[in-house]
Design a protein around this ligand. Structure first.
Ligand code: COI
Length: 353
């Protein structure tokens, strides 16, 4: 089947001069254009790049009632010569299609994804600022647009990509609370998918944790609350002595692209990574005997974020401040690849022009 041509409507004026790129709050500002493509009559059609702006939808659109929605998080980086790169974008496409499959949403075609994304980035390339730490956060998403409140999958969808210039996701220390009552995901559920509701369902327990001074929750297995699984917007790694430990992927845990890149980089650096169940008891014990050196989260938005303390059962355990932390080392190795400052040994960079 031939691919539909992308229609481009350019914004008459750029808003870029109104943006303070040195003081960005994550996810608050959006670039001049967005990509939109509709699914109707069994096919994706009318791919369009147009000025970023509001959507007009009926209140009966299914996404409002049943949360049939999935999303992705990606970033574009600019090197010192002004070249723009994505990081492992095919993995994001595969993952959004995996998420869509689980949510009974039709998959989005590969050619259209790459063409739409590269066209959009070329148009808004000035929004990608050079310099380590600056990036353009890319948010592809799909929503169910069919009108009707019968509880059944929509027959119509909208696939979109919006772009948001970004710096750090977390500013300052991240303190986490281990989940003892609430759960994020269960066996057979949608935990591995980037389904919108997975994130919305975390807001209430996370608010309770915030009231106590913790930014994030480390989610535990829903059956027993015994094993550490994922930290809200990030996968989670523990450093015990000089060994890293992280939970295995399963149907409760997001198959993080930063996570798997980190595992690869650690192997290359000769740092052992055990991918296995991590029990709370083990981590509490390691915190007490001093063998727990670091905890850090890994995710596209947050990159690698060190955790300074965790709380469990009303006790706060503070992590030591490491002079040569793995978090810093691996963040730097990863970013050097992303910003075209190091050899791309695994073919992770994807040049857009
Ligand atoms: C990402 O890292 O891209 C995420 O999905 C985090 C997002 C919920 C802010």
């Amino acid at each position: 089947m031939s691919q539909p041509t992308i229609t481009v409507q350019k914004a008459s004026n750029s808003r870029i001069d109104q943006v303070d790129f040195d003081n960005l709050v994550f996810g608050n500002v959006f670039s001049d254009h967005m990509f939109e493509c509709d699914y109707k009559d069994g096919k994706w059609q009318n791919p369009t790049i147009k000025p970023y702006g509001p959507l007009t939808m009926y209140p009966s659109a299914k996404v409002f009632h049943y949360g049939q929605a999935v999303f992705e998080g990606m970033k574009a980086f600019k090197d010192d010569n002004g070249k723009v790169f994505l990081f492992r974008p095919a993995d994001n496409l595969n993952r959004i299609n995996k998420s869509s499959h689980r949510m009974a949403i039709p998959e989005f075609p590969e050619d259209l994804f790459f063409d739409g994304l590269t066209e959009l980035l070329k148009l808004d390339r000035e929004w990608v600022k050079p310099g380590l730490g600056n990036s353009l956060y890319i948010r592809p998403f799909v929503i169910a647009t069919q009108n009707g409140v019968s509880a059944s999958p929509s027959t119509e969808y909208k696939f979109m990509i919006i772009l948001s210039p970004a710096q750090a996701y977390y500013t300052g220390d991240v303190k986490v609370m281990i989940a003892e009552k609430f759960s994020r995901a269960a066996d057979g559920g949608v935990g591995y998918a980037k389904a919108a509701g997975n994130y919305g369902a975390q807001f209430y327990p996370t608010n309770l944790a915030r009231e106590k001074g913790f930014q994030q929750i480390i989610w535990t297995d829903a059956n027993e609350h015994k094993y550490l699984e994922e930290a809200g917007t990030m996968n989670i790694f523990f450093r015990i002595n000089d060994q890293l430990v992280t939970a295995p992927n399963n149907d409760r845990i997001l198959d993080g692209i930063t996570r798997k890149s980190l595992i690869k980089l650690a192997e290359r650096e000769g740092v052992g990574v055990e991918v296995r169940q991590v029990s709370i008891a083990e981590i509490v014990e390691a915190a007490k005997d001093g063998s727990l050196k670091e905890i850090f989260g890994a995710g596209t938005a947050a990159v690698i974020s060190p955790v300074s303390a965790f709380s469990y059962n009303d006790t706060v355990y503070t992590l030591p401040v490491m002079e040569h932390s793995f978090a810093k080392k691996f963040k730097s190795l990863l970013m050097n690849i992303q910003y075209n400052l190091a050899e791309d040994m695994y073919g992770w960079r994807y040049a857009i022009d």
